[in-house]
Every structure is written in structure tokens, then in C-alpha cells.
Design a protein around this ligand. Sequence first.
Ligand code: COI
Length: 366
Amino acid sequence: MSEIKYPVTRTKNPKPRPKDENHLGFANYFTDHMFMMDYDEGIGWHDGRVVPNEPIPIDPASCVLHYAQMMFEGMKAYLRPDGRLQLFRPDMNAKRMARTADRMAMPVLPEEILLSGIEAVLKEDADWMPKAEGTSMYIRPFIFGNEISFSAQAAKHYTFIILLAPSGSYYASNDGKLGTARIFVQDKYIRAAEGGTGFAKVGGNYGGAMKASRDAQEFNCKDVLWLDAKEHKYVEEIGTSNAFFRIGDEVITAPLDSGTILPGVTRDSVIQLLKKWGVKVSERKLSIDEVMAAAKDGSLKEIFASGTAAVISPIGCLNVKGVDYQVADGEAGEIANRLYHDLYGMQTGKVEDYMGWTYPLDIFVK
Ligand code: COI
């Protein structure tokens, strides 16, 4: 537990609580408090505090509203059977924040501030922790340049906030079992190009993807499978998540070296688990033609998305230029089910953490 203590201002306007924990959806509810901290050039990070989660004043000329110098993370707190809360590999988020900060010319947030801020606000709002199966507390730390300036240059003042959202699954689930989603193969727009910000967790990557996601919905698809920017040929990510393809006895995901793939914490965990289980896993380029050929000859066994919000989300059908390609029998596959079982099981303390990934907090709920 962190030694750093922050002042707390309690809310006078408690928020309405979710009525049904079995249908929380993703980030439809937010807790009563949030963590806030400021950064000033020459001073560093200062004035950490827990405050009511309320609208904040922001000047219309604040630079983030114009030039989008911001970054965020996605993490979760989980409830163990003994009532203790725990995080999952939070060091990985802190490291990714540091890489994003470097790319965005923003100040690095030390890991101990990230962790102590999360602990402080979670402690205050621990009674918001959802208990239903498949739920968790989604944690959204974010930092934005916040000064009155129209000069397109790195800001000198930043605001850091951590929000908590009791949440269920991001994609489909059927009565506690993993459901499958339909995904549209996007061959017109791109998500990230080499040298861009694809590997960084920044709002612009998501804002630029929204038209593609909306177009995908016209084909009754939940989201898109992105292809590479250069040749529109190689598979990259699925919507807001990393993508895995099981063809024959090999599980394949896009390699990180292009700098266009988000280095997901769940992605890394999936790769490590598959290696541990003796499953052949490759980080290599995979063309959409290879995927379609495998769908036709029956060797395409599974596709699934992985992410903090998405956890493990199986894909039952790919739509390529308006034509459906079913993935095996269209149901969640064996590897996706096993990954979900062990990952979510470890995260919630129901499966022994044989990888040493969980990070128990000194916060208990009844
Ligand atoms: C996450 O998985 O935490 C993300 O940040 C993706 C988000 C768009 C829900």
C-alpha cells in the first residue's frame, strides 16, 4: 500500500447507484469521487487530491480542446472472494504511460503517483465495487495539456485525473458465457501509420477510428478489423483491442515492431499464457488473404480480441467487402474460453495466480 496520503473532499451530491449489477454495460456509471493532480513546468507533479467527481471548469482556449495533447490508460480493479481488491499488472500501464508521454512530449507520471492515486480514490469509493459475475471497476487515468494557448507546442501545465466506472463487458456476453461479435474488415480507412502514434494510448487514435466503427455498424458489425496503412493487406487490431487468429495449430498476432500496434497488457498476458501452455504463438505479419483462405479451407479455428475493457472477446464472423466469412462454427473457441477462464479467474482471485501478475491492495469490501 502506498505511503503517500492525499487530502479528501467528500461529495455532497452522491450519484445514483446502478440498479442492476448484471447489466452495467461499459462505463455507464461513475463513482462519487475522482483523483486529481496538477503538473507545472519547473515544479513537477503537485497537489494530488481526492475530490467529488463533478464537471470541471475548462477554458475554451485550453490547448487540449484544440490540439489534443492528451493520453489515457485503461485498467481495472477486481474483487477477490475474500473481499480484497486487486489490480492486474499495473506496472505495465505505468510503463506504457511513460512511452506515450515521450511520444506526446508530455511529462512522465511516476508509477508511485499512478498507484497511490488509484488507491486513494478506490479507498474512498470501495463501496461502489460491483460484485456480479463478469464485472469489475474500470479505472481511467488520463492526463491533458491544460493552459490557455493556441501555439501548437507542448503545454507547460497538465491536469491528471483518475475516474472509476463500475462496469460489465465491453463486447458481447451470453448468460455469463462468452458471446461472439461480427467484425467488419476495414480496407478504406487506416488506424495508424509507421512513425505515428499507434503504439501510444492517445485520444486521437480513437477519435480517428469512429467513422470506421460507425460504417461497420451498417454491416451489422460491432467494430472493425484494421489493416496496415501501407498496403492495406496485413491485419493489425480489432476496434479498440489487439487481435489474435488461430489457424491450424498456430496462434498469430501482429508484431509490435511497426509501432502501429498498441502494446496491450492483455495482449502480452495472452502471449505469455499461450507459451506457458505449450501453444504455438507467433508475433508475425498475417495477411487478410491468408485469413480468408483459412476460413474457406476450414483451418481458421478462432479469432478473438484482447484488451482491458474487452478482456477476451471472440469473433464469430468477419465481413470482407460485404461478404461474410464465418469463423469455424461461429461460437467462442477453445483457446478463447480457456484464456478468459484463467485470466479473469486470476484477476478475480478465483484461479490461482500462477504467473505472479496480481497486485492486491489493502482495500477490502464487505
Ligand atoms: C481499454 O481496453 O481499456 C481501452 O482503453 C479501450 C477503450 C476504448 C475502451
